[in-house]
Design a protein around this ligand. Structure first.
Ligand code: GLN
Length: 526
């Protein structure tokens, strides 16, 4: 197992996750099997209890892990399925060590950050790295992204663990990549001082970078690279200039041009191989059409909906359709504003705020025959809208939202749940698709597996009435309704599951393909 460890300097938000995923892609293009670990130095056990408005989307894995959104980037770039073990947090590490202490595993000893916490960190990294990919083979290379910025108190034990690994492993089993910022001053000159300082901070922790990825607004000249080389002891070919690419999936190409893959393979003593270009073909497909999708949300923060944005992009790219997104604030938009978009999407969400607006958007989509894609809460609200406006049950609502006729009710197994962390209906569940439905046609198969994250469901009590009125439940998992659609509508599909979590540039998600295609048809006929 070889390791590519990625640290970040100067400030957060430099695109360390995309850099890590892109390095992985470059190596994968050369035929290596890649896995990836994200370290999040916070005390939460996982991202499931964190506010997405502060921390970005909670990404959901096959095994139900609620993890940092960077794992979504790894899955999309590397086309692999990761597990909860691939997201290591301070919370998980301390929990394990403290549980062992209580059991008496260290009896007589003083339990300390070094060696007990650092040993557990190293074990967690190794466990995740060696985990079989899709249950059948081990990776050749494991990417390890250390979250946070070098110098933060939070990340110290992790960097210490990396330092120890560096000493324990053969020299060519680990390469250290440091991502920094090279700002441009008012004269247009690149400034290397912040990079020098962050490398100095890393050195104080006993780590010296092998490669520096320098983020900047414009390409870094040879002279600037030379300066970084002089101050940071990194050869000039290992100083990689990384400007913001028009599309994240182009980043591997930019890094390829900068020779990043050659330096990584050289440091890891891997044989030089010609890269496969399939990825570039997929992500560079020309657009010949465009559509506008309206997303009705309560958070005006795009990072909360990153997987949805990416899934729309993947589906659009595969159809040569560029998807523009217009965001509508669920609490303030006028339904008439939706006339300008080619399709309407209501994403997942929790709590009451904004739901009446979302229901109005769904009513608009249904009655004006605009393509509609509803996801999780967007599925539950579609059932509520139908119950209110087609069945005439004016007080139809979800148990989550308060009093009324609960067409959406708490899942029976959730009734006694009082611990909130990691207790929803999560991850993969097998789903059966009904013959003759749009959902079945889109997937092209009667059985699918998709990822979930919810506590409420369509109330079984009301299913017969709702179906009788014309809403088609096109997918189910036993007694549980998983999708609905409307026959006489050009495209009205909503799912209890989250198909966006499995969408990849190389494997776009069927409901998204159908939706983007329908948006295109709707635009043509408008
Ligand atoms: N709040 C709803 C539930 O818990 C929907 C969840 C979601 O949209 N992810 O069932």
């Amino acid at each position: 197992m070889k390791y590519v460890v990625v640290t970040g300097g100067v400030m957060s938000g430099l695109g360390k996750g995309i850099t890590t995923a892109s390095i992985g892609r470059l190596l994968k293009n050369r035929g290596y099997r890649i896995t990836a670990v994200k370290i999040d130095p916070y005390l939460n056990i996982d991202a499931g209890t964190m506010n997405p408005a502060q921390h970005g989307e909670v990404f959901v894995l096959d095994d139900g892990g609620e993890v940092d959104l960077d794992l979504g980037n790894y899955e999309r770039f590397l086309d692999i399925n990761l597990s909860s073990d691939h997201n290591i947090t301070t919370g998980k590490v301390y929990q394990t060590v403290i549980e062992r202490e209580r059991r008496g595993d260290f009896l007589g000893g003083t339990v300390q950050i070094i060696p007990h916490i650092t040993d557990e960190i190293k074990d967690s990294i190794a466990r995740a790295a060696h985990k079989l990919l899709d249950g059948n083979h081990e990776a050749d290379i494991c990417l390890v992204e250390v979250g946070g910025t070098v110098g933060d108190i939070e990340s110290m034990p992790f960097l210490e663990a990396v330092r120890q690994m560096h000493g324990e492993l053969p020299r060519d089993d680990m390469v250290l990549v440091h991502v920094t910022l090279v700002p441009v001053d008012t004269m247009g000159d690149h400034k290397t001082k912040p990079t020098q300082h962050s490398v100095k901070a890393l050195r104080e922790l006993g780590l010296a970078p092998d490669i520096i990825v320098a983020r900047s607004d414009c390409i870094i000249s040879a002279a600037t690279k030379k300066k970084i080389t002089a101050f940071c002891d990194v050869p000039q070919r290992a100083v990689i200039s990384a400007i913001t690419a028009p599309d994240i999936y182009q980043v591997p190409m930019e890094m390829e041009k900068e020779g990043l893959a050659d330096v990584v393979t050289e440091y890891l003593s891997l044989e030089t191989r010609e890269p496969d270009t399939e990825w570039y073909r997929v992500v560079s497909k020309e657009y010949t059409n465009r559509v506008t999708v309206g997303i009705v949300t309560k958070y005006g923060i795009e990072d909360v909906y990153i997987s949805i944005k990416e899934a729309l992009k993947h589906a659009g790219r595969s159809l040569s359709i560029e998807v523009d997104i217009r965001w509508f604030d669920a609490e303030s938009f006028e339904p008439g504003d939706l006339a300008e978009v080619d399709g309407i999407l209501v994403p997942g969400g929790f709590g009451k705020r904004g739901i009446e607006g979302k229901i109005r958007a769904i009513e608009y989509a249904r009655t004006y025959k605009k393509p509609y894609l509803g996801l999780c809460l967007g599925f539950q609200l579609a059932v509520i809208e139908y119950s209110r406006n087609v069945l005439g049950w004016g007080d139809a609502t979800s148990e989550e939202m308060g009093e009324g006729t609960h067409v959406i009710a708490i899942l029976p197994e959730q009734e006694d749940v009082y611990m909130l962390g990691g207790t929803m209906r999560l991850g993969n569940w097998d789903i059966t698709l009904k013959d003759g439905t749009l959902t079945r046609r889109l997937y092209g198969t009667p059985e699918i597996v998709e990822r979930h994250r919810h506590r409420y469901e369509v109330n079984p009590k009301y299913i017969p009435d709702i179906e009788e009125a014309g809403l088609v439940f096109s997918a189910n998992c036993g007694m549980r309704m998983e999708a609905c659609e409307i026959d006489e509508h050009p495209f009205f599909l909503a799912t209890q599951f989250h198909p966006e979590f499995k969408s990849r540039p190389t494997h776009p998600s069927p409901p998204y393909i159908g939706f983007v295609q329908a948006c295109r048809t709707n635009r043509n006929s408008a």
